[in-house]
Design a protein around this ligand. Structure first.
Ligand SMILES: N[C@@H](CCC(=O)N[C@@H](CS)C(=O)NCC(=O)O)C(=O)O
Length: 197
C-alpha cells in the first residue's frame, strides 16, 4: 500500500500513526505542500486534491478517517476497542476530532518553528480546550482505552500542538497529554514530518 502524505499535514500523520498501530506496511509518497504546483502533484493520486490518500492497487481511499477504518479492517480490528460500547465511544471521539476544534486548528497551526504561548484565550478557544480537558481526563491509562488505537493517534498531534503553544493540561487530562507526548508512535510521526521536504 502507498500512503500519500504532505508536509506539515497533521491528517497525514494521523493516517501514518494508525498504519503503525495496525502494523501495516506502507510505502510513503511525500508531497511538499509548500511548493508551487503541489496541487497538480496531489491530484495525480487523490481525487480531492488533499492528503492523505491511500493507494491499494486500483483503489484510492481518501480522507484520514476512511484510511483509519480501512487499516482497522485490514488488521482484524487493531485500531478500536474490542468492547462494542467502547468502540462506539472511540469512533465518536475520532469523529469529534475529525470534524471539530476549528478554533484550535486555526489558532495553533502545526509547526516545528518557535511559537508564542497562547496567552489570553477568547471564549471559543477556551471552550474547545475545556472540552479537550474533559476528553483527555476520560483516558483509562496511558491510552484512551486498554490499548493504543485510532483515538490516541487522532489526539496525539493535538497534545503535541497544545504543548508547543504552552498549554499543559491539569490532573488526569495532563497525565494523558503527557503519555501521548511520550508515545513512540508520535515520535516516529514527528521524525517523519521533520524529514519531509
Ligand atoms: N478531512 C480530510 C482533510 C484533508 C486535508 O485538509 N488535508 C490538507 C493537509 S492537512 C491538504 O491536503 N491541504 C492541501 C490543500 O488544501 O491544498 C482528512 O481528514 O483527510
Amino acid at each position: 500500500m502507498q500512503l500519500i502524505v504532505g508536509t506539515l499535514s497533521t491528517w497525514s500523520l494521523r493516517a501514518f500513526m494508525c498504519g503503525q498501530i495496525a502494523d501495516i506496511r506502507l510505502d510513503l509518497i511525500p508531497i511538499n505542500l509548500e511548493k508551487q504546483g503541489y496541487k497538480a502533484e496531489v491530484l495525480k493520486y487523490s481525487p480531492t486534491g488533499l492528503v492523505p490518500a491511500l493507494l491499494v492497487d486500483d483503489l484510492v481511499v481518501h480522507d484520514s478517517l476512511a484510511i483509519a477504518e480501512y487499516f482497522n479492517e485490514c488488521s482484524d480490528g487493531a485500531l478500536y476497542p474490542k468492547n462494542q460500547s467502547e468502540r462506539a465511544q472511540a469512533r465518536s471521539l475520532c469523529m469529534e476530532m475529525h470534524s471539530g476544534f476549528m478554533n484550535l486548528r486555526g489558532r495553533c497551526p502545526f509547526t516545528f518553528g518557535d511559537v508564542a504561548p497562547l496567552g489570553e484565550l477568547n471564549e471559543a478557544l477556551k471552550k474547545e480546550i475545556e472540552r479537550i480537558e474533559v476528553i483527555f481526563a476520560q483516558a483509562k491509562g496511558p491510552f484512551m482505552f486498554d490499548q493504543a488505537g485510532a483515538v490516541d493517534a487522532f489526539f496525539a498531534i493535538l497534545a503535541f500542538r497544545l504543548s508547543a503553544y504552552g498549554v499543559s493540561l491539569n490532573g488526569k487530562a495532563g497525565e494523558y497529554q503527557q503519555s501521548l507526548l511520550n508515545w513512540s508512535v508520535l515520535h516516529q510521526a514527528i521524525e517523519l514530518a521533520k524529514g519531509f521536504k
